[in-house]
Unconditional design. Structure first.
Length: 211
């Protein structure tokens, strides 16, 4: 199979306007991935599926990832007036990078027995820009997996045929797989609390039951 760099170039030529980026992977698996802007995601994966050299006809799994807001510190040398003279001093500035959510698709070719090509879609942030494009119209098997990501991470999949919770109940609030999720103390759904769950649950027991 071609390298991801070669595939990226061919996709860009076939899908005008698509914004693509390669994310390297320095683990032993050495599987870089392709970030695709959501507005062009359907056209990009349709090319990956239909191109005779690739034929990525199978989405084996779809996963979610939560990237928290990040603050980095950077040291810069700047010129300032010190005691009436201009001197070069070192200052530390903080840069804030907003977090985002990702939907990650592992695509394989059953016809040509090759892959994977790993495709990522990213949201604008973790609060009010949380939509990506559903790839269910191309890969029917992605339907339940996108629902699971919606349920546990809160990503909205535009164009999904039936986007509703699949693991948690309808009245459940928040998203359990987000890194800043705080589980409740009362665990009303836990019939036999034990260990650390029991310790948290005791705080909500009536006084006699707790003793």
């Amino acid at each position: 199979m071609e390298s991801l760099d070669q595939i990226k170039l061919r996709v860009e030529a076939a899908v005008p306007g698509a914004q693509l980026a390669i994310v390297p992977n320095d683990t032993p698996a050495n599987q870089p991935s392709l970030v695709v802007d959501p507005p062009h995601a359907l056209a990009v994966v349709r090319f990956l599926r239909d191109d005779p050299q690739l034929r990525m006809d199978y989405a084996s799994n779809v996963t979610g990832v939560d990237w928290l807001d990040k603050v980095t510190k950077e040291k810069l040398k700047v010129k300032k007036l010190v005691d009436g003279a201009e001197k070069e001093v070192e200052e530390t500035i903080e840069k804030s990078t907003p977090g985002y959510l990702e939907a990650v698709y592992h695509l394989y070719s059953m016809a040509l027995k090759q892959g994977p090509i790993i495709v990522r879609q990213r949201t604008g942030n973790r609060s009010n820009q949380i939509s990506v494009t559903s790839l269910t119209p191309i890969y029917r098997g992605a339907e339940f997996q996108e629902r699971e990501i919606y349920d546990l991470y809160g990503i909205l999949f535009d164009g999904h045929p039936d986007l509703r919770r699949i693991l948690m109940w309808d009245g459940f609030k928040d998203f359990p797989m987000r890194k800043d999720y705080v589980p409740p103390d009362d665990f009303e759904y836990e019939p036999t609390p034990h260990d650390d769950v029991l310790e948290r649950a005791r705080k909500h027991y009536p006084a006699k039951a707790a003793s």
